[in-house]
Design a protein around this ligand. Structure first.
Ligand code: GLN
Length: 257
């Protein structure tokens, strides 16, 4: 009898020591668990400033979390010169990724913090972010939005928490991830939240995002397997009743605000 080898995924956790504010590491835990619950072998590959590029190139799914301006500056040079260009190529070739807050800002063309020079980025996403100055209010609070992309998730709501000074503006080549229902989103003005480009998602949702919005995690897992194994993948359904309860509870709380 031929034993069918389990499918496996290597998940890149970018700069875990520098970019993991507001519990963003919880996204890594969710991706790992939802793979293991489906007998998908999973390796979390921590990619730090010192890590070899080839270790990053072996990854099937990319994750990078939020950070304060100071940490963004520390990671900035390595990301621009070394890891960023490699990730750009991977994403152009369809590798899925999730970039939260500071990471979302870092993969654009630049992030101009309120102090100091702009931090240039590899321009993976066609967008720019500017901090309007320390007099301006930070965009903080619980937030909910309705998904526009990816098409398979269109119309679903996401709930989370945002805390950013930077205001992001999308340029020509990209489309928003969601439409803000309650909260600030990209810039507190145009009602957009996040971005989707190829199989990569950028967003401002901490919380972390995935535990209360598990269908986003499943979309990333399914896409990663399909790109890796070049075949259609049907993920086993999981019992998400607890996740759904948590989602509803937060959504009610936000909409009452
Ligand atoms: N430092 C960035 C800002 O303030 C990102 C913050 C974050 O990742 N939460 O906009």
């Amino acid at each position: 009898m031929i034993m069918k080898k389990n499918k496996s995924l290597i998940i890149a956790w970018m700069y875990p020591d520098l970019m993991s504010t507001y519990g963003d590491r919880g996204n890594i835990i969710v991706l790992k668990k939802r793979c293991l619950w489906r007998d998908i072998e999973v390796v979390i590959s921590e990619i730090t400033l010192e890590t070899e590029i080839k270790k990053l190139q072996q990854c099937d799914l990319l994750f990078m979390g939020g950070a304060q301006d100071r940490q963004q500056k520390i990671a900035g040079n390595d990301f621009l010169k070394r890891k960023g260009p490699v990730m750009k190529e991977m994403i152009e070739n369809g590798t899925p990724g999730l970039f939260v807050c500071a990471a979302y800002q870092a993969v654009g063309h630049y992030y101009k913090p309120y102090q100091g020079a702009a931090i240039a980025g590899p321009g993976i996403f066609d967008l720019v972010t500017k901090h309007p100055g320390d007099q301006a209010k930070r965009l903080i609070g619980n937030v909910t939005a309705q998904l526009l992309l990816p098409s398979q998730l269109k119309g679903k709501t996401i709930v989370g928490f945002e805390n950013h000074g930077g205001r992001t503006h999308l340029l020509e080549g990209v489309k928003p991830f969601a439409k803000v229902v309650k909260g600030f989103g990209n810039n507190g003005e145009d009602g957009t939240e996040g971005v989707v480009y190829k199989n990569a998602i950028g967003c401002y949702f901490h919380g972390p995002l995935l535990p209360k919005n598990p269908y986003v995690a499943d979309w990333l897992i399914k896409k990663s397997l399909e790109v890796k194994y070049k075949e259609e993948v049907k993920l086993k359904e999981l019992d998400d009743s607890l996740e759904q309860k948590a989602h509803e509870a937060i959504a009610q709380k936000i909409l009452k605000l």
